[in-house]
Design a protein. Structure first.
Ligand code: GAL
Length: 430
């Protein structure tokens, strides 16, 4: 799998250097206490509890348990898509110096925040031992490094800019295929509305920020989108105003907000709604057998396309696992990281999770259907970093964006949204 990384990587690298200048420091690393007859528990912290995503974690856990009979896997997952609740709890655990043994953190600006706070041990020893620099794309390793030290193990690559749709609902509305531009999308949303179905399903608040990043990318184009995260970026431009006006129009076709991303995606699979813009974890949910997923048939019950206006760009994110300083069971955490880094672990996890492997040497035959499309696009598309999922903005910046989007949902005030987004960029761009 060969990859072309574009501007977004350079941007984050610049922030890496800034962070590096600030230095790490903080808590000291504590090796684990040994001993004890009882099986030692390894606390793995994530937010993969819900239908679809829990399947991926379960598959990786099985490999971990086979390989590590002396450890017990303790699933410390906190419910709530995109980690909105998990990350808040994690922060309090880190501040209280009671970290889980390992936690999920997104490659990019989000992980850089944990590194800067001195929360993480560097993993160079593991990268050397397992020769991991040879198997992960160098530019992905850059996103999780500071000054030559690597701080996490990436398990996957997800795509954020996917338009999921129900082919029958589109047909009923006289829509021939997935819309390729935002203008076509708006026209199609109107056609679905006229038929009395939900044009666009949405979930809890974070799914609206998720939608916003796809609309920004689709409206601005890749280079202008990536430029939004450079120091001094112009969020006040007429181009951003236009993108936000389009966002407002798109949102005017949204159905009632569902509790999280799964019930919103299910409205599409069940034929109640036509479209949903969601990351490709939705594929795992649609496709996995009914004990975890919906067991739906691809191309019949659901279909996909790049979100309107974004064909040729992979709006990417990557889940990775860390070694927090002061973890109670450091050896157990390292054993987990070895599974997460390994080919077997990644090839068990990703087909269920709806993601493609971070490793370049994965067994490509396991990635079929939507995932074959994803592998192909990943190898040739331009890149843009997700906002909602930790690549382009750090957690304080995302919190400010989330607040602005939350207010917008009530007010529908584009000027106020744009000003809040511009202020958030000024306060947080590094
Ligand atoms: C993302 C995460 C994905 C998936 C999604 C929905 O932030 O990277 O793995 O879990 O949230 O919960």
């Amino acid at each position: 799998m060969r990859r072309r990384w574009t501007a977004t990587v350079a941007i984050t690298l610049a922030s890496v250097l800034t962070l590096a200048a600030c230095g790490g420091g903080g808590k000291g690393a504590q090796p684990s206490s040994g001993g004890g007859d009882a099986k030692k528990q390894v606390e793995v912290f994530s937010w993969w509890t819900g239908p679809g995503e829990a399947d991926g974690l379960k598959a990786m856990r099985q490999i971990f348990e086979q390989k590590n009979p002396s450890y017990t896997f303790f699933d410390a997952a906190v419910a709530g898509g995109s980690g909105d609740k998990a990350k808040a709890l994690l922060q309090s655990k880190l501040q209280a110096d009671t970290p889980p043994d390992t936690f999920q953190g997104h490659a990019g600006a989000e992980l850089q925040g944990y590194i800067k706070a001195g929360d993480l041990e560097d993993l160079n020893f593991l990268y050397d031992e397992l020769k991991l620099r040879d198997v992960f794309p160098a530019q992905l390793v850059d996103q999780i490094s500071v000054q030559g030290k690597v701080y996490s193990v990436p398990v996957n690559i997800h795509r954020s800019n996917v338009l999921w749709f129900n082919p029958s609902v589109l047909k009923e509305a006289g829509i021939a295929g997935a819309p390729r531009t935002l203008e076509e999308f708006v026209a199609d949303l109107g056609k679905v509305k006229a038929k009395g179905k939900i044009p666009l399903s949405i979930g809890s608040e974070w799914t609206v920020t998720h939608l916003l990043e796809s609309v920004l990318l689709g409206s601005l184009g890749t280079d202008a989108y990536n430029a939004l995260f450079k120091p001094g970026a112009d969020w006040s431009s007429p181009q951003v105003t236009k993108a936000l006006e389009t966002f407002k129009t798109v949102m005017s076709y949204a159905g009632d907000p569902q509790d999280d991303w799964q019930p919103a995606a299910k409205q599409v699979a069940d034929g109640e709604a036509a479209f949903n813009i969601m990351g490709d974890w939705a594929y795992g949910y649609f496709h996995n057998p009914p004990d975890g997923g919906l067991g739906k048939t691809s191309k019949t019950d659901f279909d996909w396309a790049p979100s309107p206006g974004t064909e040729g760009t992979y709006l990417w994110l990557s889940d990775s696992f860390t070694l927090p300083k002061g973890a109670k069971n450091r050896d157990g955490a390292v054993a987990w990281l070895k599974v997460a880094a390994g080919k077997e672990g990644q090839d068990a996890f990703n087909p269920k999770k709806g993601s493609i492997p971070a490793r370049k040497d994965a067994d490509q035959s396991l990635y079929t259907d939507y995932l074959a499309d994803a592998l192909k696009d990943w190898s040739s598309d331009k890149l843009a970093g997700s906002i909602q999922h930790g690549v382009s903005v750090n957690q304080p910046w995302l919190a400010a964006i989330t607040e602005a989007v939350g207010l917008f949902i009530g007010s529908k005030d584009v000027a106020a949204l744009q000003k809040a987004l511009a202020d958030a960029a000024k306060a947080n761009a590094q």
